[in-house]
Design a protein around this ligand. Sequence first.
Ligand code: CAA
Length: 380
Amino acid sequence: MDFTLSEEQLMIQQAAKDFAETELLPGVIARDDAQKFPAEEVKRMGELGFLGMMVDPKYGGSGLDTISYVLAMEELSKVDASASVIVSVNNSLVCWGLETYGNAAQKEKYLTRLASGEIIGAFCLSEPEAGSDATSQKTTALDMGDHYVLNGTKNWITSGNSASVYLVIAQTDVEKGHKGINALIVEKDAPGFEVGPKENKLGIRGSDTHSLLFNDVKVPKENRIGEDGFGFKFAMKTLAGGRIGIAAQALGIAAGAYDLAKKYSKQRKAFGTEISNHQAIAFKLADMHTQIQAARHLVYKAAWDKDNGNDYDLSGAMAKLYASQVAMETTVEAVQIHGGNGFVKDYHVERMMRDAKITQIYEGTSEIQKIVISRSILRN
Ligand code: CAA
C-alpha cells in the first residue's frame, strides 16, 4: 500500500492552498456576513482550472484524477466552504454528469464553457416535498414530441441564481415511477424559468441557494441526458461521486478549524502557561487530529476507488457520513478551545461550525448515507 502523493497531486494541493490563503481568506468573513456570492473568486478559480478539474482537456478541463480533486477541495474548504461548494457542485455533479452521460453535442455546447469556468452550473433534484425521498418528483416534464414542457418547483439549489445552466430532474411518466424520470439541461434565459428567493442560511452563506420555478418551460428533446427514463439513475450515479466532493469539503472544514485551534492553543495563555500545555486542551487536539486523519483516509479511499474503476457508492457514502460528523464535532471543539474568542466572527471558527452543519445534510443526509451503507453491506 502506497500513501505517497504524486508530484502533480502535491502541486495541485499547494496551488489550492495558495489560492485559498491569498484570494479567499481576505474577504471570507465579509462575504459570510453579507451573504455575498464570491463572483470574482469563482472567476479566478475557473482561470486556475478548479471548476473542471476532472474534465478531459479537449472539453476545457484540467484532466486530473479524483485524488487531485479532493486534495483541492480540502484546501479550499479549510478557508471558505461557501466557495468550495460551488466548486464541488460544478465539478462533481454538473461537469461529471455531462461528461459521463451527455452526448457529443451537449458536451460541445455546455461542458466546455462549464469546465473552463466561463459559466457555472446547478444540479436540480430536491423539491419542497422530495428531499431525501428523491423518487417522489413532482416537477413534470411532459413529452410533447420534439420537446418537453417543464412545470414545478425545485428547492435549495446551490448556485441557483449564479448558474447559467441547470440540470433538472423531472417526472415524465408517473406510471413508470422512478423509471419515468428524465434529466434535462435548462438554460437560464428559457422563457417560463424563474429564480425564486434566496435562502437566508445558517452557514455557507456566500453561496447562493435558491428555489427555482418552472412554468411551462419548453425544453428541446436534444437537451435530455441519456435515454428516456434515465433521469433518476443519472441523479443517483452523479450524486455518488458528488458525495466524495462533499466528504472532502467536510474534511477541509474540520482540518481548517483544527489548524486554527492548534495555533491558538500555543499562543493563548491561562494559569501561567500556553493552554496547549493543559491536558484538557492537548487531549482535545489529539482526538481532533486522529478523527481528521481517519476521515482523510476514508475520503482518499473513495476517490481512489473512483479513479480505479471500483464501485464507490459505499466508500463515498462512508466518507461523507464520517467526515461530516468529524467536521461538526471538530468545529464545536475548535470554538471551545478558542473560548470567548471562538464566539467572535474574527476568529473564523464560529463560521466553520455553522458551515460544517450542511455537510451532514446536502447531497444526502447522514441518515440517507446510512441507508446506502446498510443496503450495500447487507446485500452480500
Ligand atoms: N447508482 C445507480 N442506480 C441507483 C443508485 C446508484 N448509486 N442508487 C439507487 N439506484 C437505482 C436503484 O437501483 C433503483 O433502480 P431499479 O429499480 O432499476 O433497480 C432506483 O435507483 C431506485 O432506487 P431505490 O429503490 O433504492 O430508491 P429509494 O426510493 O429507496 O431511494 C435513496 C434511494 C438512496 C434513498 C435516494 O432516494 C437518495 O439518494 N436520496 C437522497 C437524495 C439526495 O442525495 N439529495 C441531494 C440533493 S442534491 C444536492 O444537495 C446538491 C447541492 O446543491 C449541494
